[in-house]
Design a protein around this ligand. Structure first.
Ligand SMILES: Cc1cc2nc3c(=O)[nH]c(=O)nc-3n(C[C@H](O)[C@H](O)[C@H](O)COP(=O)(O)OP(=O)(O)OC[C@H]3O[C@@H](n4cnc5c(N)ncnc54)[C@H](O)[C@@H]3O)c2cc1C
Length: 337
């Protein structure tokens, strides 16, 4: 049912109060096509909303918001060692991960407890603890907003990168992702414990290394490190970890031997954005009812009735400060609306 002037505070994890002109929840491709016809009749470019966990609303949305609630879970290919599952965009991401673990299907365990819906997972190639969805992604089915035609994108067509895909770039706001398929292992799982914290958690609890325990370890680590959006409004990491040249890295290293960095290749080093923010004195900084989280400098938070534009202004101040202090330009990971 179409609603006019809906408030979106409960539908974004930052808990920002903003209204949209029209709002509709769609449960099928047919309902989506109807909604697209409506937006065309009003000459509006629709905005697609999933779980609202990667957004900062800085103003009212003067258009039709389509809340994608397409459900479904189908095994479309199965062999002795692998399974391909096609999942509706409206399924909750963590519920999919839990379902796969119950079935003993491997590949998603490191991505446990990431908020949001399945449909948004390819948007920024979600990743955590050494795994990105591109590692298990098979294809997605999307509807083109302009033509209402369905189109299939395989892994290469999505042009996945670090928190990037074609849908954040050349195809921005042009497709509605409706189904996403993943290729998972049924046995001989490729366990990834390259992040030391996972090994530590397994050892601490005396847990054998398997997909269920890796998932449990990731959940424990995340719960101890990240603020729960139900308690404090946030959208996870606000900035991406910047990749810098070897020369700049060596320069910074002279002054800061404790710099938190990860080598990408001979010439490039990834720096922990949280470390840069903390070193610049922003961690725990509170300005009115918003600020930088006191345990996780990468996370900007809404303590109460903050406005999106104030959080955006804080992020700009942080970007400018880091640029000045380290010569590194931070990029936002969160979508600014
Ligand atoms: C506490 C916390 C921890 C987080 N940890 C991580 C993490 O470890 N790794 C990580 O990668 N991310 C993380 N995130 C960010 C976020 O959870 C993911 O990016 C998630 O995939 C967003 O899903 P969503 O459904 O909430 O998307 P939304 O926020 O609703 O939308 C995000 C963008 O995708 C578009 N979109 C959404 N659905 C569709 C669709 N079906 N078709 C087309 N476009 C669509 C929207 O228009 C918007 O531009 C975290 C967020 C929080 C709050």
């Amino acid at each position: 049912m179409m609603v006019e002037n809906k408030n979106l505070k409960e539908l974004n994890t930052f808990g920002i109060s903003a209204n949209c002109k029209y709002f509709i929840e769609i449960n099928s491709i047919e309902e989506l096509q109807e909604a697209l016809k409506f937006s065309k009749s009003k000459k509006l470019s629709p905005f697609i909303l999933g779980g609202g966990s990667n957004l900062l609303l800085t103003q009212d949305i003067d258009t039709l918001v389509i809340h994608n609630n397409i459900k479904g879970f189908e095994v479309v290919e199965e062999s002795e060692n692998e399974v391909v599952v096609e999942v509706g965009a409206g399924e909750v991401w963590h519920e999919l991960v839990m379902h796969c673990i119950e079935k003993n299907w491997g590949g998603l365990e490191n991505l446990s407890l990431i908020p949001g819906r399945v449909g948004a997972s390819p948007m920024q190639n979600i990743g955590a603890y050494g795994v990105e969805i591109k590692d298990v992604f098979e294809y997605l089915k999307a509807v083109e907003i302009a033509t209402e035609n369905e189109k299939l994108f395989d892994n290469a067509a999505c042009e996945f990168g670090y928190r990037e895909s074609v849908f954040k770039n050349i195809y921005k706001n042009q497709f509605v992702i409706c189904k996403v398929a993943f290729r998972l292992t049924k046995n001989q799982h490729q366990l990834n414990t390259s992040y030391g914290a996972i090994e530590d958690e397994l050892n601490k609890n005396n847990w054998e290394k398997n997909i269920a325990n890796i998932s449990k370890a990731v959940i424990n680590i995340r719960q101890s490190k990240l603020p729960d959006p139900k308690e404090i409004g946030n959208a996870g990491s606000f900035f991406k970890n910047p990749v810098i040249s070897q020369a700049l890295y060596e320069n910074i290293l002279k002054q800061y031997p404790d710099i938190s960095a990860y080598r990408i290749d001979e010439n490039n080093v990834k720096i922990a954005a949280g470390w840069l923010i903390e070193k610049s004195g922003w961690k725990g900084k509170k300005i009115g009812n918003h600020g930088v989280h006191d345990r996780q400098a990468l996370v900007l938070v809404n303590y109460g009735n903050a406005e999106g534009k104030d959080i955006l202004a804080l992020s700009t101040q942080i970007i400018e400060d880091i640029q000045l202090k380290f010569g590194i330009k931070l990029e936002r990971e969160v979508n600014i609306i």
